[in-house]
Design a protein around this ligand. Structure first.
Ligand SMILES: *Cc1c(COP(=O)(O)O)cnc(C)c1O
Length: 402
């Protein structure tokens, strides 16, 4: 159930708050663990050796910097703004999630925690976490809803091959929300030995800030790259928003560049009725879910709504608290894109550029396709291509009748 708890004094700026959003709404047993994590993270962040090891792994292991690619044929066919793609899809394990998994994996090892737990929806975060655990020699348990295990079988097999134990979750809707609850239960029980490696800019403080910091590299590279290629900043940056990590990573470096529009794309699913989509800013209201105060899809009694999206990675009832603040202040804009438009965008990008985007990323591509034609050829759009589409081949084969 979501509840509408406000901080004691919402006008007083506090660590872990983004305006009135964010905070730390967890059982008493986890408070000490979150404070320990916050301090350990602050110390690691300030430690040059930690940063150097992370940078080295991001470079030589994950494949950073990722290219900023000018999508010439796509831009020409749409006949408006120039479209660039930030190629997070080219990273090891196929998406931006490895940036955060490497950062938190190094942090866990530094904290002396040898057992890692994580939750996963589409399986991408589970694969990234299992990968990093193999790399660093850590034990790994991944919680995943039974429904998702069936939908994303290939990723389950990948995690097992990497040495992780995948625990199916059969409670509730048997999807991501339930996997997160199960992972939190595990953490409460094993908190002394266990590190909870959260996969998006969600959850209780310090996770939303820490995950954003580990994904900031996307926007930092992109700013340097677009200045090199075009000598100016883009008109807009477009990214899909599940929990909000690839988008906040792409946006953060541009928050003070007021002329750059920041556009987050949520999953419009198959309709506007509650339960048919995951567009938190269209149909949600402020509330607490899984440790943080943000926009939540809920019914009038505060029961968490069911969600739907063709892309499992966008299919979650809440959104990172920093996005809630950016939404309310108007600094970022949030739109939604439905399943059909996302599927069209997959086909279009595949056939104009030879790139198969993840279904999540295709939501951002669809928004670029929608707005580019009405823009001038002097304008630039950057799409954060958060991941590659291989993992979605089963769904694509069915939906597109390949
Ligand atoms: C998980 C995932 C997302 C959604 O998560 P965010 O935290 O919102 O970035 C988007 N794209 C891909 C490819 C993913 O794997």
């Amino acid at each position: 159930m979501a509840s509408t708890i406000l901080p004691a004094n919402p006008s007083k700026p506090r660590a872990g708050r983004f305006g009135v959003y964010g905070g730390r709404y967890v059982p008493e047993t986890l408070m000490a663990a979150l404070v320990e994590l916050e301090h350990a993270y602050e110390a690691a962040k300030a430690d040059a050796a930690f940063q150097a090891e992370l940078t080295s792994l991001l470079t030589d292991y994950a494949g950073r910097p990722t290219p900023l690619y000018f999508a010439n044929r796509l831009s020409e066919q749409l006949g408006g703004a120039k479209i660039y793609l930030k190629r997070e899809d080219l990273l090891h394990t196929g998406a931006h999630k490895i940036n955060n998994a490497l950062g938190q994996g190094l942090l866990a090892r530094r904290m002396g925690k040898r057992r890692i737990i994580a939750e996963t929806g589409a399986g991408q975060h589970g694969v990234a976490t299992a990968t990093v655990c193999a790399l660093l020699g850590l034990d790994c348990v991944i919680y995943m809803g039974d429904v998702d295990m069936e939908r994303q079988e290939l990723n389950v097999l990948r995690m097992r091959l990497l040495g992780a134990e995948v625990r199916g979750v059969s409670s509730g809707s048997r999807t991501l929300k339930d996997a997160i609850s199960e992972a939190m239960r595990d953490w409460v029980t094993n908190v002394r030995t266990t590190y909870y490696l959260l996969g998006s800019a969600l959850g209780a403080h310090p996770y939303p800030t820490m995950v954003r910091d580990f994904q900031r590299v996307i926007g930092m590279e992109l700013k340097r790259q677009i200045l090199e290629k075009e000598g100016r900043l883009p008109s807009a940056i477009i990214a899909c928003v599940g929990g909000g990590s690839n988008s906040i990573g792409a946006f953060y470096e541009f928050l003070n560049d007021r002329d750059v529009r920041l556009i987050g794309v949520e999953a419009g699913g198959r309709g506007t009725a509650l339960g048919e989509h995951a567009a938190r800013f269209q149909g949600g209201a402020p509330g607490v879910l899984q440790g943080t105060y943000s926009y939540v899809l809920q019914d009038e009694d505060g029961q968490i709504a069911q969600t739907h999206s063709v892309s499992a990675g966008l299919d979650y009832a809440s959104i990172g608290p920093e996005h809630a603040a950016l939404h309310d202040s108007g600094r970022a804009e949030y739109v939604s894109c439905d399943d059909a438009a996302a599927l069209d965008a997959v086909v279009k990008l595949a056939r104009t550029e030879g790139i198969l985007p993840a279904l999540e990323s295709a939501h951002a591509v669809a928004e670029a396709m929608r707005i580019a034609p009405s823009m001038s050829p002097r304008e630039i759009l950057v799409v954060n291509l958060s991941g590659r589409g291989d993992k979605d081949m089963g769904i694509l084969a069915r939906e597109l009748k390949l």
